[in-house]
Ligand binder design. Structure first.
Ligand code: HEC
Length: 163
């Protein structure tokens, strides 16, 4: 386990070194919730295949949120992004060593909840049914992230439609 400094101490440190804090945020905002070891802050990398897929998934679902909220999602909306989300099962993560055994199950659950959303739309469900199926997809993002990558959890929760 990493030993992040206590919150107050961290605040003092980052405030006194704004440049470091910025670099730190830019590189580590994605997955890290807590301060990583400083030696890592010099690493600048292309996003992994999985990170790139996640960015696309996030953009797609944020875009669909307003329609889900209004109950105007269409089958075509979901079908058009399904293929782009499929690599969640196979794309290479930044840190394969941090991928847990639960990952494939969550990835399958994500895609099948996406299919369930498509099915709800095929059935021309009402607004409540759309919202419920949409939020179930986002809840799957949340579950996997609680185990794998807590950094984006607030952003993910923000995609849920409040009923
Ligand atoms: C099966 C597990 C799993 C599911 C489901 C999942 N994620 Fe992720 N997510 C990850 C992992 C692991 C990473 C780290 C990827 C990497 O760095 O290679 C990640 C990274 C991210 C990132 C950071 C990407 C970056 O810029 O580095 C965002 C944002 C994100 N996910 C949002 C989402 C959203 C939104 C959903 C649902 C629509 C979702 N995730 C579903 C596991 C998951």
């Amino acid at each position: 386990m990493a030993r992040p400094p206590p919150k107050e101490q961290l605040k003092v440190t980052t405030m006194s070194k704004p440049a470091f804090a910025l670099a730190f945020l830019a590189v580590f905002a994605a997955c890290q919730q807590e301060a990583p070891a400083p030696k890592r802050s010099s690493r600048v990398a292309e996003p992994s295949g999985l990170a790139a897929t996640m960015r696309e998934m996030t953009a797609d679902m944020e875009e669909l949120k307003a329609k889900a909220q209004a109950g105007t999602l269409t089958l075509a909306d979901v079908e058009s992004l399904r293929a782009a989300h499929e690599p969640i099962k196979t794309a290479e993560p930044t840190k394969p060593e941090e991928i847990k055994e639960s990952f494939p199950g969550f990835a399958e659950a994500y895609l099948s909840n996406l299919d369930a959303l498509a099915e709800a739309l095929r059935q021309q469900g009402n607004r409540e049914a759309q919202i419920e199926a949409f939020n179930t997809v986002i809840a799957t993002c949340e579950s996997c992230h609680q185990q794998h990558c807590p950094g984006p959890l607030d952003r993910i929760r923000g995609i849920k439609v409040q009923e």
